[in-house]
Design a protein around this ligand. Structure first.
Ligand code: CTP
Length: 399
């Protein structure tokens, strides 16, 4: 049975979490409730224990199984963590990673998507801090169940009423369903820059941070895939749940990718592979003479094109094309020349997206000519868009 951790924070709407818990149980979920101290002013642990048949947590150091850290156990065992109602205070804490009670600690330890159903006074909901907390949380792939318009407990009118129970249940089921989209499937991703040595201390590289590759890996994990990432020396950390294979040069990336390829159903080339390497690598350190020098660069292998050539039929290969314009001609040419199933084009001339930025805007071009746009979003949201669009197409083509 799927398990939901139902976090309840201190809003008058806390009483409606009891109905939510019952409804989730009717939908086949095991429900584990967790209250903040403020929520416990409105409702009691005894109520949720009686309703759910499970211990209800409140204090960070509670351990229903002695010797087990409940915040880690509950976070790991949860198919979904939902906070309903979510107050302005809890949203701000979640956005900043503050974990000063059991609920926020579980939320921080949970690696899946959070589902947040805010409920508060309309002026508080419309305030800048709440809007920016929600933007941050959305950029990290949290699902926000928008509050309804109407009269709230204090008598004011506006948007702030906890969303309806069916809406919240649908959001939880959606996250649980999405978490199985790539279940049993293996995804191979190349990520980050490569470094091509000139001598022992210098190398040729590019501005790739590895953020998009990392986001693609995290998104694939959120959808239930087993993920292998072959990555150059990138600054951006990769998810711990991914198999990570570090390489330095394009040729090392090619070798590692070919070795890893069998058994993968999806391959994504997100690495900014250096197209050239030095014909000769000097041993030791090249000394300065004050004279001009010439070096010869020789072409590197095209990793993703080689993988497309070697892959079994049915393997979906997706490339990236970072182009200095919104024109799709070059992306289309790369898609065909490399033998890919799809290519994600992004316009690197637009400030704030692409290389090293936290946001991106992808245009997915498929081999049959169709196109899908993500719009400008965080790289994690773009990565989820890429996977969900590709999975939907694959399912359509099978039916
Ligand atoms: N790619 C690759 N190996 C290379 C070069 C590129 O695997 N040696 C992959 C990238 O990971 C990306 C796609 O090919 O998925 C397009 O990369 P890009 O750098 O945009 O294109 P290039 O083929 O290198 O062409 P150009 O540099 O002329 O734009």
């Amino acid at each position: 049975m799927p398990t939901v951790v139902l976090g309840i924070s201190g809003s008058v709407a806390a009483y409606r979490a009891a109905d939510l818990a019952r409804e989730l149980m009717r939908h086949g979920f095991t429900v584990r409730a967790c209250l903040t101290d403020a929520a416990a002013k409105f409702v009691t642990p005894a109520l949720f224990e009686a309703l759910t048949g499970q211990p209800c947590l409140q204090d960070t150091f509670e351990e229903p199984d002695r010797g087990r850290m409940a915040h880690i156990d509950w976070a790991r065992q949860a198919d979904a963590v939902v906070v309903a109602p979510a107050t302005a205070n809890v949203l701000a804490k979640l956005a900043h990673g503050i974990a000063d009670d059991m609920l926020t600690t579980i939320a921080l330890a949970h690696t899946g998507r959070l589902i947040l159903a805010p409920a508060m006074n309309p002026a508080m909901f419309a305030s800048d801090p709440v809007r920016s907390a929600l933007d941050v949380l959305r950029s990290r792939a949290a699902v926000i169940v928008e509050p309804d318009e109407g009269e709230v407990a204090c008598g004011e009118q506006g948007q702030g009423k906890l969303a309806s129970i069916p809406q919240i249940v649908r959001a939880i089921e959606g996250v649980a369903r999405a978490g199985r989209l790539l279940e049993g499937q293996r995804v191979l991703i190349t990520s980050g820059p490569t470094q091509e040595p000139f001598d022992q201390v210098r190398f040729l590289t590019n501005r790739s941070s590895g953020k998009m590759g990392s986001a693609l890996a995290r998104a694939a994990l959120l959808l239930g895939a087993e993920v292998t990432v072959i990555h150059g020396p990138q600054r951006e950390p990769l998810p711990m749940e991914a198999h990570r294979i570090p390489v330095q040069t394009a040729r090392e990336m090619e070798e590692a990718a070919f070795a890893a390829l069998p058994g993968h159903q999806w391959v994504v080339g997100a690495a900014a592979v250096a197209d050239y390497r030095f014909a000769q690598v000097e041993s030791g350190k090249h000394r300065r003479t004050g004279e001009p020098i010439s070096v010869t660069l020789v072409p590197n292998p095209d990793v993703v094109a080689g993988l497309a050539h070697a892959a079994e039929p049915g393997v979906r290969l997706i490339g990236f094309a970072a182009e200095p314009s919104s024109e799709l001609d070059v992306a289309r040419r790369k898609l065909a020349a490399k033998g890919l199933w799809a290519i994600a084009a992004n316009d690197v001339s637009v400030p704030g997206i692409g290389f090293d930025a936290d946001a991106n805007a992808l245009t997915l071009v498929f081999a049959d000519g169709t196109v899908a746009e993500s719009g400008r979003r965080s790289k994690l949201e773009c990565a989820l868009f890429l996977w969900e669009t590709c999975i939907a197409r694959q399912l359509n083509s099978q039916s």
